[in-house]
Ligand binder design. Sequence first.
Ligand SMILES: Nc1ncnc2c1ncn2[C@@H]1O[C@H](COP(=O)(O)OP(=O)(O)OP(=O)(O)O)[C@@H](O)[C@H]1O
Length: 369
Amino acid sequence: MFLTNIQLQNYRNYIELDLHTSNKVNVFLGPNAQGKTNLLEAIFVLALSKSHRTSKDKELIGWQSDSARISGGVDKRYGSIKLDLLFSAQGKKAKINGLEQRKLSDFIGSVNVVMFAPEDLEIVKGTPGVRRRFLDMEIGQVQPGYLHTLQQYGKVLQQRNNFLKASYSSGANLTMLEVWNMQLAEHGVKIMKKRKHFIHKLQSYAEQIHSGITNGSETLTIEYRPSYDADALQDESVLFDQFMIKLTQVKDQEIRRGVTLVGPHRDDLAFFINGKEAQIFGSQGQQRTTALSLKLAEIELINEEIGEYPLLLLDDVLSELDQNRQTQLIETFQSKVQTFITTTGLESVNVSKLQDAGIYYVQDGRVTR
Ligand SMILES: Nc1ncnc2c1ncn2[C@@H]1O[C@H](COP(=O)(O)OP(=O)(O)OP(=O)(O)O)[C@@H](O)[C@H]1O
């Protein structure tokens, strides 16, 4: 799929932008703080309806305005579509071909993207929350139903936590807890099964890619770590029973602490290079290569799931990769993936490898080709 054009109105530091893009590589060049990342972010938001940098939509609206708009034309396998996303104090509205979508999950995934940015190192190095967010964003793109389940789980979790907190101080009747437990387990096992399935597929692509980048010297493996000892490939009813038993085991502890201690909100995943955990033993370079392998694996995975390659967004990362990794990256995307790159200078980019690139200069929220 290709993003053929993008329009912005009062989006961050863009008052008005109308840009036609190249189907191959697009390089956004310019000094710091001019709007390069904002532009990549806008493409990301068009795909997922939320930013990779902030959970607060109102930060996306230009300071001088009270609403922002992102529109884009996308060429897909089966034809072209027009996407519109409007942010205002009333929330966000999403349209496909001019038709407002009642549920955002019907809009998400109309265009697919994979973003690789310096902060992705945190997927390997950071807290479990960063890894869960990575999982949720990626699974949600190819299976919008997943986000709905996640939302339902989140609501039950919050209500259950409120109940746990209140019951400790008031000594309330705990039979209600059984009801929350059933609902938590019902949504929870669906999430766990989808995560397990996704990680399994991601692993097979990432292992191959990582081996290629490291000339066969490193084997990358990914392990799903659910919040309790559960075999997530099990039948859903078995998983449900295991979940309920676990909740019974931790009941007293949960009431004392006023929080839910088991469930996918406490899941994690771990990365191993040649059998050693990358988060603990990996060098900075190995951790970065692991994050890169994951992102390149996602490209293949999305293609497998939906039959089209996503857009690749590379935010200020080429300069951090050595020539070998840059070449590997460029060769992977060049022929099949529309790519958007930001950089402060072309000297850090292996431009000789780029074919038919559109080079754009970004200054103070304006873009010139
Ligand atoms: N809501 C907003 N309204 C107006 N301007 C904003 C808003 N949010 C951020 N900005 C401005 O956008 C600019 C940052 O843009 P961006 O992050 O895209 O920079 P960049 O060109 O990628 O720079 P770098 O090379 O340093 O990463 C800053 O000047 C910032 O003040």
